[in-house]
Ligand binder design. Sequence first.
Ligand SMILES: [Zn+2]
Length: 215
Amino acid sequence: MSLVKILALSDQVIERVYSLTTSGHFKDVDLVVGCGDLPYTYLEYIVTVLNVPLYYVPGNHDPDFNPRDARSKVEGGSNLDLRTARCNQTLIGGFGGCIRYRPDGANQYTQSEAYQRAFQMAPQLLLNRIRYGRALDILISHSPPFGIHDDNDPAHHGFKALNWLLRLARPRYLFHGHTHFFRNNIAEHETVSEATRIINVYPYRTIAIEQRPFA
Ligand SMILES: [Zn+2]
């Protein structure tokens, strides 16, 4: 059984991550995942030193993506918002943003806008299922799903569209951020729902997952 070691980060710059990156602590990491609301320079530093693929989604404190503006993307990384990618034998999909709580906020969506976005992913997920025998191994998002690791205040409702995507794609993992207050309320940051282990990665976590051959 071969393992893929993932460094997943979200929401807060941790000074210690710089020193752990530089000292070689993460040298066996195969893949870096950014779950949003991080300065892009932080992700760029980590991925430059580790020299591994980086996939990320934008959060509500990140800029709107603009292909002509270099500051709106992470150099050396792939913005996976509403896209899927294959990294060796691991299929990854991304779903950025959070619930709309300000009329002019970037990367914020109402529940119905989030559904519209999720529907756009369906063809890619079905194609993966035909090609590889499964739709996804990992889904990365900024927001948690509705009712899991979320909260009642207007900025921290989870997306119902994510619950829908989990039922459709049945990934083994969902990594998310956004709800960092959450450890004060609830002890766990991991919840298993049907096929998926849902992990709040705030502020960073290393996770080893089993690499499964394609059917
Ligand atoms: Zn956020």
